[in-house]
Design a protein around this ligand. Structure first.
Ligand SMILES: Nc1ncnc2c1ncn2[C@@H]1O[C@H](COP(=O)(O)OP(=O)(O)OP(=O)(O)O)[C@@H](O)[C@H]1O
Ligand SMILES: [Mg+2]
Length: 197
């Protein structure tokens, strides 16, 4: 079993949304058994899961025994002030995914991950990235050229609003699905590379 943490110090950067799409991609596209742990007291992921549209399972409590799955993916609350339990989860993760908005302030605060996990286990992501916005484009070019990209696309939010993900079959023909799927698949390929090595 591999642990994947989705963490960022900032709120509202797309952690929960990304966790759901990543977990569904690993399940639907790669045939992995995935359990997500909603470690945020807001329980947005767990409450969405309860409506039955995800292909993976979500728990709202940390398992007392090693869970029986290929990937255990953790959706963190937004904080730079992690508890020792949260730190231990991150330290035991094969991969730490850090979504961040394309702004220098947000990039700087996300650097706190360097105190938590070695660089080779971290995947930095520009989240909700809109290349039509000039300052975001500049941040991409000058400050974050190596970050993975998850674009600002309505389909990411729209599917979650309907209690499902971009990998749910009946989203096949919706506007933006193909582009969003390709972005998430690229990220999942990186996760699989890192978790194998
Ligand atoms: N790639 C995206 N494109 C467009 N909208 C997005 C994208 N990712 C997330 N959103 C929207 O942004 C908002 C915040 O997303 P989300 O709740 O996933 O962030 P979060 O980091 O988990 O927040 P919190 O820190 O409160 O847990 C939601 O309204 C969501 O629908
Ligand atoms: Mg969240």
């Amino acid at each position: 079993m591999q642990v994947i943490s989705v963490w960022s110090p900032k709120g509202g950067v797309g952690k929960t949304t990304l966790t759901a799409h990543l977990a569904d991609c690993l399940t639907v596209q790669h045939g992995k058994k995935v359990i997500a742990y909603d470690a945020d007291p807001q329980l947005a992921l767990f409450n969405t899961y309860k409506r039955g549209g995800f292909a993976f399972d979500v728990t709202d409590s940390y398992p007392s025994e090693r869970p029986n799955c290929d990937f255990f993916i953790v959706d963190f609350r937004p904080t730079a002030n992690l508890s020792s339990h949260e730190k231990t989860i991150i330290q035991n993760s094969s991969v730490v995914v850090v979504p961040v908005r394309a702004s220098r302030l947000d990039l700087d605060s996300a650097k706190a991950v360097n105190n938590l996990a070695p660089e080779k286990r971290v995947i930095n992501v520009l989240s909700c990235f809109d290349k039509r916005v000039s300052d975001q484009k500049e941040v991409r070019t000058h400050l974050a050229p190596e970050h993975e990209l998850i674009s600002y696309l309505a389909i990411y939010a729209r599917t979650m609003n309907d209690y499902k993900t971009i990998f749910t079959r009946d989203t096949d023909n919706l506007n933006g699905t193909t582009r969003a799927r390709n972005e998430v698949k690229t990220l999942v390929t990186k996760i699989l590379e890192k978790s194998n090595g």
